[in-house]
Write a protein that binds this ligand. Structure first.
Ligand code: MN
Length: 291
C-alpha cells in the first residue's frame, strides 16, 4: 500500500496514478495527552488503522484526484529523529576525495576500520527540516555548493533498542525516497544537512510488505532531465538491517523515525530553478523544485 499525506494534511492511498482520500480514518486515532510519546502518532497507529484504510479505499464512492494535481507533503509528519548514514556506497566514498566535496575537512579515509560507518558513525538531521516533494527545496546557502543526495529512506514502525540484525526488517513500517540535501563546507554534518527543507521525504510511504528486499532496489536521480545518480541498494556498504541494528544500539528507535541510508556516487550541485527528479524501483518517482 502506498500512503501519502497531501494538500491540507489529507491522507491518501495511491493507486494507478490516483490518490484516494482516506482522511476520515484519522478520526480513529487515539486522543493525545501531554507529554507525547516520542515518534509519529500516525505511524505508531498505522497497523491498527490498516483495515479501515483498505475498506475506505475500496469503496467506489471514495473521492480521488490525479497524483499530478495534489501537493505532496512528507509522508511522515512528526519523525522523532532523522538518522543518516555518511559514506555508505564505495563509489561515493571514492568521489569524497574530491576537495570540492570534502572541503579539506571531511576526508573519506577509513583506514584501520572495517567500513566508513565504523569510523564516522551515523549522524542526525533536524526533524523540522523535513519537507515533502510538493514543498520544494529552499536553498539557504546560495553562494555555496548545495548538493543533492538521493537515498533509500527507511521509516521505522515498531519501537526497539539493540535490535538484532535478523529482527531488523520487522521494525520497518515502510520505505520512501529521501533527499539528503547538503551544503558543502567545513561545518559539522548536522549543520550542513539540517537547514529547513534540506530533508525531503516522498512521494509516499510504501508499506514494508510491498518490498521484500530493500537491499535490491534500482534508483536514479536527474536534474533538469540529466541523470546525475544511478545505482542499486545492493551497493550499500552497510545494508538496511545492519543500519537498523547499528542505529538501535545508540538510539532507541520509535515509530516514525527515519533512516536515510546513504547516497551513491554522482552527487552534484543544484541551483534555484532546478527540477530534481528521483525514482526508486517499487516506490515510485517524485519531482522537487529548488528555489
Ligand atoms: Mn547522505
Amino acid at each position: 500500500m502506498k500512503i501519502c499525506r497531501y494538500n491540507d494534511n489529507r491522507l491518501g492511498i495511491v493507486e494507478k496514478g490516483q490518490v484516494k482520500d482516506v482522511t476520515n480514518v484519522l478520526t480513529l486515532l487515539p486522543a493525545l495527552r501531554w507529554p507525547l510519546e516520542h515518534g509519529d502518532h500516525f505511524v505508531r497507529n498505522l497497523p491498527g488503522l490498516l483495515p479501515a484504510i483498505k475498506d475506505l479505499a475500496s469503496r467506489a464512492d471514495t473521492a480521488s484526484l490525479s497524483i499530478a494535481d495534489v501537493h505532496l507533503l512528507s509522508p511522515v509528519a512528526n519523525p522523532g529523529k532523522i538518522i543518516a548514514a555518511p559514506l555508505n556506497y564505495s563509489l561515493h566514498v571514492a568521489e569524497g576525495s574530491d576537495p570540492a566535496i570534502n572541503q579539506g575537512v571531511h576526508m573519506p579515509d577509513f583506514e584501520g576500520f572495517a567500513t566508513p560507518i565504523d569510523k564516522f558513525g551515523l549522524f542526525l538531521k533536524s526533524q523540522t527540516g523535513l519537507v515533502g516533494p510538493g514543498d520544494g527545496i529552499e536553498l539557504h546557502f546560495p553562494n555555496r555548493r548545495n548538493d543533492h543526495e538521493v537515498e533509500l529512506a527507511v521509516v521505522i514502525g515498531k519501537r526497539g533498542k539493540r535490535i538484532a540484525r535478523a529482527e531488523a526488517l520487522g521494525h520497518v513500517a515502510g520505505y520512501c525516497i529521501g533527499l539528503d540535501m547538503t551544503v558543502r563546507g567545513p561545518e559539522d554534518r548536522s549543520f550542513r544537512k539540517s537547514a529547513d527543507s534540506y530533508s525531503v521525504l516522498g512521494p509516499w510511504l510504501v508499506t514494508a510488505d510491498e518490498i521484500t528486499d530493500p537491499d535490491d532496489l534500482d534508483f536514479h536521480l536527474s536534474v533538469n532531465g540529466l541523470t546525475r545518480q544511478r545505482s542499486n541498494t545492493r551497493e550499500l556498504i552497510c545494508d538496511v538491517p545492519d543500519l537498523i541494528a547499528r542505529a538501535s544500539r545508540v538510539y532507541e528507535l520509535y515509530p516514525g523515525d527515519v533512516i536515510m541510508t546513504g547516497t551513491p556516487e554522482g552527487v552534484g550541485a543544484v541551483e534555484g530553478g532546478d527540477r530534481v527528479h528521483a525514482w526508486f524501483e517499487t516506490i515510485g518517482e517524485m519531482e522537487v523544485l529548488v528555489r
